[in-house]
Ligand binder design. Sequence first.
Ligand code: GDG
Length: 469
Amino acid sequence: MSRLVIVSNRVADPGKAAAGGLAVAVKESLQQTGGLWFGWSGKIREETPDSADHGDVKLEAVGNVQLATIDLSQQDYDAYYLGYANGVLWPVFHYRLDLANFDVQFAAGYRRVNRLFAHKLLPLLRPDDVIWIHDYHLIPLAAELRAMGCGNRIGFFLHVPVPPPLIMAAIPEHEWLMRSLFAYDLVGFQSEADVTHFARYVESEAGAECLSDGSLRAFNRTLRVGAYPIGIDVDEFTKLANARDGVDMFLRMREEYSRRRLLLGVDRLDYSKGLPQRVHAFRELLATYPENRGSATLIQIASPSREDVGAYDDLRRQMDSLCGEINGDYGELDWMPVRYIHRNVARKRLPGLYRASRVALVTPLRDGMNLVAKEFIAAQDPADPGMLVLSRFAGAAEHLKEALLVNPYDTQGTAHAIQRALTMSLDERVNRHAALMSRIRQFDVHWWSSGFLAALEHAGLREDAGCAA
Ligand code: GDG
């Protein structure tokens, strides 16, 4: 059997908890098969005059997984990670052209680091390795590897959404970027909407032809594409909910909030997650349905994220002030409407928190998938489950139809949906939850990784091993 090589921007220690959807899912799939995980160590390398080679690859074995990491220079980190990946691609792919900073230096740094990754990874590869590259940080990596003569099977999975063609076309380097995807044997997206956007882009910008088997023909090559909605390890998460920490947390929360109705949000503090809009909708709930005053409490966990990127600072200030305002306007001596926690919460505590909540608010403005929605469903007591209010703009909405779907820009509509979730009959909650449970079981993390890898295995042999970019 061939060895699996996973490449992502950041490598996380499989033994430690990770906040962030990609790390959680990659860890869970790699632990099944073993293999090599290559990426950035998270460390910044000291600049020395003889450091042109960017230092060595650090190798470390953790169980059946070998970790291979490199450090980045400050300049590379600024241009590739902060500048291009998180200052151009993340905002544009989440439809936020207003937040993108198109600086040619960032694009150059992005290309430089992708080349560096290829250069450092190549010597570690065996001829029959299957390489699976993850996410928007590393779109041109296969093209760089091919240019260095790599003929291995290479797949790519994009964890974030694909925007419509005209939004994509705002990126000055969009042609180079999208063309470089054709160096892969298989490109996977989160949802059918993403596949459609990508196909429309290459049809209109590169005259691609959509073949009858769903693959795309452009730049003299054929690319297989498909939707592989990512999932969670449902059994592992249910186990976590029933483990001691999970149960302790659940009992503590239930006692603390025995006379309250708990609403919960768990997100990285990111502008794509719709946090200010969510607080506005909760405020609207208190205004329109006064029976919730003194009772409904929103716990919002917002784990710190990308604090070196300016737009995240603004969001932090905005959330501090919105939560302060709502507590000032509606709070009582014995009740505060919002508990806002701008810290990371231990993973083992999350399931208990999910289970103690009547309603989860998963209301991103745009999201590739959203794993919190699935974790919330998995953690519920099937006999008395909480209800999920889910943004129609999350990839998860494509198959979690039994949640209450909302438009997070519509404050009143979202407030009505929250009220509906809070007052829903036990029967309806049980039925909806059972349906949702069967969907997250069907599309779990094992289905995702084995489905993608099986398709990669069968993605026809490449017609040529040359470079697309
Ligand atoms: C990207 C895409 C896609 C969150 N706060 C804490 C914490 N988390 C964990 C959650 C969940 C994960 O992080 C977040 O996953 P999401 O899917 O919601 O979001 P992104 O990080 O934006 O991930 C996304 C995902 O990739 C996978 O493809 O679904 O659309 O944007 O597992 O539980 N974990 C802990 N403490 C926290 O405070 N321990």
